[in-house]
Design a binder for this molecule. Structure first.
Ligand SMILES: Cc1cc2nc3c(=O)[nH]c(=O)nc-3n(C[C@H](O)[C@H](O)[C@H](O)COP(=O)(O)OP(=O)(O)OC[C@H]3O[C@@H](n4cnc5c(N)ncnc54)[C@H](O)[C@@H]3O)c2cc1C
Length: 396
């Protein structure tokens, strides 16, 4: 059986054992072409001195063997190829969409002994707040530039292309997000060639499936060079093993851009794809006052979601369904109003940091899952919360 059929990662102990015994091709050394061409052009690469140290570490001879497990961490000493993952990053953190996309990158890498490389583009004073290794990253290439402090897809695409060329990435994987990844994927594909699949909703060892033609048809084919994942639909990996996140020296690249960032325009979070939302207000069959539900979502503001029952009943569109057969969310805060907490629904919120349950039943499974529970009628709690939020906002 395929290890990743239907996008669900299943462990295959025999294959893992065999993998540890087998020797593999030598890890491709980063190309020095970019450095030479920069030097020839007289451009001054901006390289953090810490990266010099990392460069020396990266240049150390690789030991033999493909994949080693040390404690809980799986280490790939020699990879057959690289899959580059370019994250959106939100305030220095991997976004929920980034984590789903990392799962897709892992599938492409794991199919035949490859390694996942994270392209970390940070502003001068920015730090990655997450543990890249725990998120499933084998290698990290860190580039620092003032251009990354602003919205600058030209600079980001140029940096991603430089990294992809340095490591001869077989695939470059991004989230099909409106904030960053969707735009970047198209720019990178145009610069590199080798094809582009957008709106990818499923993946197996042999193919990727994209939704095309305004959602009316699906296109299935082998994974092209650049793959943009529709993180609202693509299934999140059920378990990601911790990896080494070994630093690789960055390519020397000088970034120039014609784009001027005029600042962010606030977006209506109610229309945000669920997988990207940080605050979600979700309704179950216990919600009957839909005006109060929409008013609270607007006041917070929060992305709207619901259980399968309310989507089946047509109160919310199918794209808003949370759960095993809907979208997996990993919001900072998930407010579940009138949702019982069936196993299928709980599967969809396993990664949410804080769950608040509003339910009349003290013994509901959602109440047991929640960090905070309000045992009351959702129809009374929702307008009360809306009033509170608006009063606090006006008081500021
Ligand atoms: C193959 C399969 C896949 C599925 N996939 C999904 C999925 O992806 N997502 C999903 O959600 N479900 C899924 N389901 C359905 C799932 O099993 C449950 O039926 C569903 O989650 C229940 O939705 P609910 O909690 O809104 O409704 P109910 O189970 O009816 O719960 C309603 C809750 O509201 C509370 N309540 C009632 N009145 C009030 C009130 N006035 N104020 C506050 N609380 C109140 C009740 O105490 C109860 O806890 C799937 C089922 C199958 C078989």
């Amino acid at each position: 059986m395929s290890e990743h059929q239907d996008g669900i990662r299943r462990r295959n102990p025999r294959r893992e054992r065999d993998g540890r015994r087998t020797s593999s091709v030598v890890e491709p050394a980063p190309s020095v072409q970019a450095a030479q061409s920069e030097a020839a052009a007289g451009a001054a690469p901006r390289i953090d001195p810490r990266l010099r140290r990392r460069e020396r570490q990266a240049a150390e001879p690789a030991s033999t063997g493909v994949s080693v497990r040390a404690g809980d961490v799986t280490r790939i000493d020699q990879s057959s190829h690289y899959v580059l993952m370019v994250p959106d990053l939100e305030r220095g953190r991997l976004s929920p969409a980034d984590r789903i996309t990392l799962g897709a990158a892992r599938m492409l890498a794991d199919a035949d002994g490859g390694a996942v490389v994270l392209a970390l583009m940070l502003a001068s004073d920015e730090m990655l707040a997450d543990d890249a290794g725990r998120a499933g990253v084998d290698r990290v290439v860190e580039l620092r530039d003032a251009a990354f402090a602003a919205y600058d897809p030209q600079a980001r695409a140029a940096a991603a292309v430089a990294i992809a060329e340095m490591i001869s990435a077989r695939h470059i994987v991004l989230s099909e997000t409106r904030s960053q990844g969707g735009d970047l994927a198209r720019r990178i594909a145009a610069a590199l060639g080798g094809g582009l699949a957008v709106g990818v909703v499923r993946m197996t060892n042999a193919s990727v499936t994209s939704v095309i033609d305004a959602g009316r048809r699906e296109a299935i084919g082998p994974a092209p060079r650049v793959v943009a994942i529709d993180t609202a639909i693509f299934p999140a990996a059920s378990a990601i093993q911790a990896r080494e996140a070994r630093p690789l020296a960055p390519p020397p690249v000088t970034l120039r851009s014609a784009i001027r960032d005029e600042g962010l325009v606030p977006m209506d979070p109610r229309t945000l794809p669920l997988a990207e939302a940080e605050l979600v207000l979700s309704a179950g069959d216990g919600v009957t006052d839909w005006d109060a539900f929409h008013a609270l979502a607007a006041a917070l503001p929060a992305a709207e979601a619901g259980s399968r029952v309310v989507c089946d009943a047509g109160h919310l569109p199918r794209s808003r369904q949370v759960g095993a057969s809907g979208t997996i969310v990993s919001a900072q805060c998930y407010i579940a109003a009138g949702i019982s907490g069936s196993p299928q629904h709980l599967h969809g919120i396993a990664d949410c940091r804080t769950v608040i349950a509003v339910n009349t039943d003290l013994h509901a499974a959602m109440v047991a899952r929640a960090e905070l529970a309000i045992i009351a009628d959702a129809q009374a709690v929702m307008p009360a919360l809306t009033k509170l939020v608006e009063e606090r906002r006006h008081a500021r």
